[in-house]
Design a protein around this ligand. Sequence first.
Ligand SMILES: [Zn+2]
Length: 282
Amino acid sequence: MPELPEVETTRQDLHQLILGQGIVAVDCSGKAMRLPWPADMAARLVGRRLVNTGRRAKYLLLYTDDDQVLAIHLGMSGRMVLSQLAEEEVAPHSHLRLTLANGMVVSLQDPRRFGSVSLMPVAELASWPPLSKLGVEPFSADFTADYLAQRLAGRVTAIKIALLDQQLVAGIGNIYASEALHLACIAPQLAAGQLTLPQLRALVPAIQQVLTAAIASGGSSLRDHIRPLGQLGGFQNHFRVYDRMNQPCPNHAAAQNCSSLIKKLVQTGRATFYCPSCQALP
Ligand SMILES: [Zn+2]
């Protein structure tokens, strides 16, 4: 499933190539997605120009010159594809296609159709229900150890599970929760309310560091993530613990001199990877 780095990479890849471009055609498969298709979408978009891109949590945002915003969620298996109209073969799972004045086509391909496309005035974006309940962005100034301490106080949920809660912090999924907890040397099973302030002070920059590195690598390509121009992300080659069961802890050569092997644990149905030494329970 695309997480924050994969959506952010997609946004960055699209940004320069679509900015300022007029929309000359809009085609929609009409097939049911996670949310209903916007009414009159083609009429509202054709003739408009794309003036900016953005991201909130795992939503890709495309802004038009008349203050509308397209909010696209990639769901479990979605990807944005940028191709030349002249060379394009319409993919069977292409659900939205924006043909641009420069001859490029931006399309949303989503075989499992857990993604969604919404269109609204920019002024309504912040109060739009899928976004209004989301927690802080991990790169925002509001994401601090004190914020986490306040929100996690008394919670018995394991910290790994708590980090997946989009109402706590937006955009972190299964891969980056495991990676950040290893970097911060925090046991994934530890009750969220039991993390100490020093642990929370380590966790915040660990999350930011892992996400920054993932974005710099173009995201993680495990099953579905392919960038708009067809390249794969590369962060899967830099995983500390994720998908590395029984391999040496990356701290084996570091100051910690760890000799443990990575273990796998299942928490509420999702795989967690961790080092039992570096991330020992207190
Ligand atoms: Zn270790």
